[in-house]
Ligand binder design. Structure first.
Ligand code: ZN
Ligand code: ZN
Length: 389
């Protein structure tokens, strides 16, 4: 009994000391950037209307709990999990979610997933006006099993994309390289994808799916100038998978919180992906978000005969930033200038032996958990001005 009590105490204590930095149930604070709202989105999820296991209203409940601003429920147009119980109607899935969201602070975007097991593989179409109008004639059976026709044609595979184009949808390539990779095109960018790109249909790619980073997808995003997306692709409940961190999300930098503004931002490629402790973004969005999150204040201090410059970096966001600071002065106590800017906390860096305070000096920052390409981490700098002069 005593042992048990001690164990309970130890567990309680260790939870206090090193509890998860970000609990899934907490609403994450990610600041707006100049000129744009930062909307937290998840544009890929399923319900019982295809191969998911929850009702659409539950997706709304989860999204509100997790503090998301926008979601899309994206049923497979070519698969029905419960054909006897649920009539095939993908507009219904959207309507139920929309009704559940009511006038709450959550946008619901209509969407579907086109999901053949051959090129062009899985793609989501967002902002469709009639989800049921997308044909899936490449299927032999999609009722409780996924069987494609043996003699399906290229036309049949392209048909749902043509319809998506007609409906002015935003199409993105889901989880490139997932199980059905045929090995014929190792870049995973096939002639189908080239055609979709040439037709102006393909606009984005999932760089993170269900919490996993995809380097091939990131390369495709850079090479073909596609919008960077990161989504849960959840089929069951979100919570268990992400209980110790947070669900993956696409951050959308939108002019306002409306579906139209989300679409404009996606088309303009103003997004970032946040999964685990990583951010994936292009340089301008990485710069804007990092500078909106981290606020700098300097202070001059005399330490006996030595003069130092204290730099206070306050991180107002819930994203931890793993930085390496660089300065012309010596950085005290931090090998290679490495330190973590903990969420909602101030980190202090001391620059030593600053005999003559300059009017300004540059603090270089490299952030190892922000990727601006598959090979490059984000780099920026702060100009530290002498405000005491
Ligand atoms: Zn898929
Ligand atoms: Zn999916």
């Amino acid at each position: 009994m005593k042992k048990l009590k001690l164990l309970a105490l130890c567990i309680a204590f260790s939870a206090l000391v090193k509890g998860p930095l970000l609990a899934q149930t907490e609403k994450l604070h990610i600041p707006d950037i100049p000129g744009y709202l930062t909307l937290k989105g998840d544009f890929h999820m399923h319900t019982v209307f295809s191969d998911g296991h929850v009702w659409p209203t539950f997706r709304v409940h989860e999204a509100l709990r997790d503090g998301l601003d926008v979601i899309a429920i994206t049923e497979h147009i070519d698969y029905e999990g419960f054909p006897e119980e649920i009539e095939k109607n993908y507009n219904k899935s959207f309507e139920l979610a929309k009704e559940a969201a009511g006038n709450k602070e959550l946008l619901i975007i209509p969407g579907v997933e086109i999901s053949p097991r051959v090129p062009p593989y899985h793609n989501n179409a967002l902002f469709v006006t009639d989800a049921n109008a997308l044909p899936s004639d490449y299927m032999k059976s999609g009722k409780k099993e996924f069987v494609m026709k043996e003699n399906m044609t290229r036309e049949q595979l392209m048909a749902p994309f043509s319809e998506a184009k007609k409906q002015d949808a935003f199409v993105f390539y889901n989880h490139p390289g997932w199980g059905w990779w045929d090995g014929k095109d190792t870049t995973l960018f096939t002639s189908f994808h080239q055609e979709l790109l040439d037709e102006g249909i393909l606009k984005g790619v999932e760089v993170a799916n269900s919490g996993k980073y995809n380097v091939i997808a990131h390369r495709l995003a850079m090479k073909y100038n596609l919008t960077i997306m990161g989504n849960s692709d959840v089929h069951y409940d979100v919570y268990p998978r992400y209980r110790d961190s947070h669900r993956p999300m696409t951050l959308v930098f939108a002019k306002e919180k409306t579906a139209e503004a989300v679409k404009e931002a996606l088309l303009a490629r103003r997004t970032a992906v946040f999964f685990d402790d990583y951010l994936v973004a292009r340089q301008p969005e990485a710069e804007a978000l990092f500078k909106a999150s981290v606020h700098v204040r300097t202070e001059q201090k005399q330490r006996k005969k030595e003069r130092t410059l204290i730099v206070h970096l306050y991180n107002e966001s819930d994203i931890p930033f793993e930085i390496a600071a660089k300065s012309d002065y010596d950085i005290e106590g931090l090998p290679l200038g490495r330190v973590t800017l903990t969420p909602r906390d101030t980190t202090t860096i001391t620059l030593r032996a600053v005999w003559d305070y300059p009017d300004e000096t540059v603090l270089g920052i490299e952030v190892s958990n922000i990727l601006v390409s598959p090979e490059e981490t984000f780099k920026t700098s702060f100009i530290l001005r002498n405000e005491e002069k």
